[in-house]
Ligand binder design. Structure first.
Ligand SMILES: [Zn+2]
Length: 336
């Protein structure tokens, strides 16, 4: 952080004449993306996926502790709560989780970056922070990849966007960072959000969903610089093309569409939170590393995460969101 502040100060001094922003800071989108680092992702993940969080089962003590950690992060970094949330939380009654044996109340957690020109148009970046808890033998399911990885990626992206806002370089459209609960029991938190949206769904431009971005699929060990994209072309050619262009220009990893195939037997398109947005005809992209030997096992732990790769993937999602938020025309569901 100190280094970045120093850099900002320097830029301010030497480049006032060419300032692009209202505050005279001409940091580029790539420089904001670079504030997302493997080291910071690791620091957050070692807390979110620690034994103390007890596997983050929906409504459990560890699930609530994680929610508090996320809220504290947003507060500390000056990132706003949406006006109509209850201090960064969207509470969900226990009765909504009736599918659980002993349902307890839980909450979605939300951070908000208000757009400078079209604040009513909102891009939702989501990840589920719940996982599956502790088994009868006392094994803690830390869920470092699933979906601790997406959870902490959102924190780093929000921080980067907030820095841009502080410099007067904030996005034109708004961005909602949505940490949903209840995913593992059936996509409940995202279902609840889309049934009770804090911003009208017709103004929700797209959903970029991040569920497992810290590991390597055993089938990709020979070419690990990849991420699977699912759903990008289902509702919007526009979003798909933008995503491809952004990757080529700023990141350049392999975007693998293996699981985007309609006939893929895994049906991943229907299996994470973006689907609750897609079913309302909101364009989505699901970012996913694929399954591995530790998937939904108590061995999905923090020391197995590929932090450098996760950094690259998080920067890709950040750059894609930046483009959607700042381009002249809104992304539309042009394939409907
Ligand atoms: Zn997951």
């Amino acid at each position: 952080m100190k280094q970045i502040l120093f850099l900002l100060a320097t830029l301010f001094v030497v480049s006032c004449n060419t300032a692009q922003s209202t505050k005279g800071v001409s940091m580029t989108r790539t420089e904001y993306a670079k504030t997302i680092t493997a080291e910071d992702l690791k620091t957050h993940l070692y807390i979110v996926a620690s034994d103390e969080m007890e596997g983050r089962d929906t409504g459990s003590k560890g699930n609530n502790m994680t929610a508090n950690y996320l809220r504290d992060f947003y507060k500390k970094n000056g990132i706003a709560s949406p006006d109509n949330a209850e201090d960064y939380f969207q509470a969900i009654d226990a009765s909504y989780f009736s599918r659980m044996k002993e349902p307890k109340p839980s909450q979605n957690v939300l951070g908000f970056i208000k757009g400078s020109e079209k604040p009513e148009e909102v891009i939702v970046i989501s990840a589920h922070y719940d996982h599956v808890g502790v088994d009868k033998d006392g094994n803690i399911y830390n869920g470092a990849d699933d979906d601790g990885s997406g959870t902490v990626a959102l924190l780093e992206m929000a921080e980067a966007f907030q820095e841009a806002v502080n410099d007067g370089n904030g996005p034109k459209r708004s961005i909602l960072f949505l940490h949903v609960t209840g995913e593992e029991i059936g996509l409940y938190g995202s279902k609840y959000y889309t049934e009770n949206p804090l911003f009208p769904l017709e103004n929700t431009v797209c959903n970029l969903n991040t569920d497992m971005i810290g590991r390597i699929d055993p089938n990709k060990e020979d070419s690990p610089n990849y991420i699977y994209l699912i759903g990008s072309d289902k509702l919007s050619q526009d979003l798909h093309d933008l995503s491809e262009e952004v990757n080529k220009k700023y990141i350049n990893i392999e975007l693998d569409y293996t699981f985007n195939d309609e006939n893929d037997p895994n049906r991943f398109y229907y299996r994470s939170d973006h689907y609750n947005f897609a079913k309302h005809n909101i364009p989505v992209i699901f970012y996913f590393n694929g399954v591995h030997g530790d998937y939904h096992k108590h061995t999905d732990t923090v020391e197995k995460i590929e932090y450098e790769l996760m950094e690259t993937r998080t920067r890709l999602i950040f750059q894609t969101a930046w483009e959607v938020a700042n381009r002249k025309d809104r992304i539309t569901a042009d394939k409907l």
